[in-house]
Every structure is written in C-alpha cells, then in structure tokens.
Design a protein around this ligand. Sequence first.
Ligand code: 15L
Length: 273
Amino acid sequence: MLNPPASPLKFPRLLLTGAGGNLGKELRPRLKSYCDVLRVSHRSELGASAPGEEIMLASLENKAQMMALMKDVDAVVHMGGVSTEQPWNPILASNIVGMVNLYEAARLQGTQRIVFASSNHVTGFYRQDEVVNTKMPPKPDGFYGLSKAFGEDLAELYWARWGIETVSLRIGSSYAEPKDRRMLATWLSFDDLERLVVAALTAPIVGHTIIYGMSDNQTTWWDNTHAKHIGYRPLDSSDVFRSAAEKRQPHIDGNDKAAIYQGGAFVKASPHG
Ligand code: 15L
C-alpha cells in the first residue's frame, strides 16, 4: 500500500464496485484515503464494513439496485462485472446491461467521474510485435474484450451527450507478480494499479480518456501518448521477475496463437462454454 499524499483530494463519497473481486479487494483498503465515505459494493457478501465504509450489495443488471447504489455518489471506481472469457449471457447481463445501468444511474443521480476497469483484451488481437496506442481501432479477442470495447464506447457517449467524465483503464495483468513471459509486458503491480486509479480519479480534466494499465516494464506493447494528461507514473517493473518467468517458460511456440497475439490465452478461450 502507498502512503497517501499529505492532503489528498478527497471525494465526499466514493463508490467501489466489484469490491469482492481480486482487484477490488486490493483497492478497497487503498481508496479510503481519497474519500470521506467509501461505499463498497459487490453482487455477494463482503464481510463486515471497516471504519468509513458503507456496504451496499447490488447486481449490476438490476436497474433499481444500481439507482439506489449510485445515490449521493461523487465518483465511482467500477471494478464490477465479468472479468474473464465466458458465454455471452453472463457477459451481456453484467458488462453490457450492467454498464448501461451504471451510466444511466450516474446521469440521473449526478455522478460526474467514473474510473472504468476496461481491459487490454479490447485490443487483444493485435500481434505481440505491434505497439498499440489508444487511438487505434479495437481488436477484441473474445466476448469479454468485446464487452469492454462496448463499455468504452458507452463512456464516450455519456461524455459527449451528458458530460460525465470517464477514464477507461485497459488493465493488463494485475497480480502480485508476473505469471508467465507474456506478463513481462502486461504486468501491473498492485501499487501501480493504485497509482493509476488515483491519477484517474484526481486528474482535473479527463473527458473520456483511455489509458493502458501496465507497470514501467522494459517490454511494452502499449503507448499511452494520448493519456499523458492523466499524470500516471508507474514506479514498479516486471524486469525484477524476468529470470523467474523465463525459467518457468523456457520455450515459446511461435505457431501458438497465444504467443502471437497480445491477448494470450484469451484469443483461444472458447466463449461457448
Ligand atoms: C483481464 O482482463 C482479466 O480480467 C485478468 O484476469 C487477466 O486475465 C488479464 O486480463 C490478462 O490479460 O492477463
């Protein structure tokens, strides 16, 4: 966990959705420094609330629950939704219908800033020998990546029509350490995830900005030139794990689609169950 700045910008009420997910669990204790009240939400039990927290369970696909969840919320860190390649129906419910419910509730309840957990799988069908910037066309690698591309377009619409600001985070691979050689390029440490989310929350003017979420890795496939105004400065790097990752995976099959495309195993995952 980072030490917050001496007098951090504080939101009166900040909502964290998906607070029970892998990254939501990491962010839940870290976001407290940036708000007076942290509202934490998930589709299932979250345990006892900590000081300064409000717990509100909600299903993204339930419009009434999302309207209640967003009441008096100043900003949202939206980590909720399906986070892997799955059949279309659960993705439709959480990542499409759920996303529309979130933004309609933000419009009607007056929430002005959303940080949206998009994914690198929006551009997963670019090759690993290409460098992608955020103005290049999406190449989603499955239903999950496609749903995140929809989320980014929805955010763009709500900015253009209703002035709701969003930073869409195309998160790479956020784990305690890189698990394989692909993650030497896509790894995002938990501390850099916090740096990225806080920068996205506190940057003065963002409109709708897309930014890739990776640490300061020697190997990188992503170019954040068009997101410099967010002020994200990663301080960790996958390089310290390079020899361990290469030892775990000494050979790469050049004909394996997971080794050719940036989406890795997602480009081969079957969405049909
Ligand atoms: C994602 O978007 C997934 O949510 C996460 O579990 C990882 O698979 C990550 O992509 C990745 O590409 O490593």
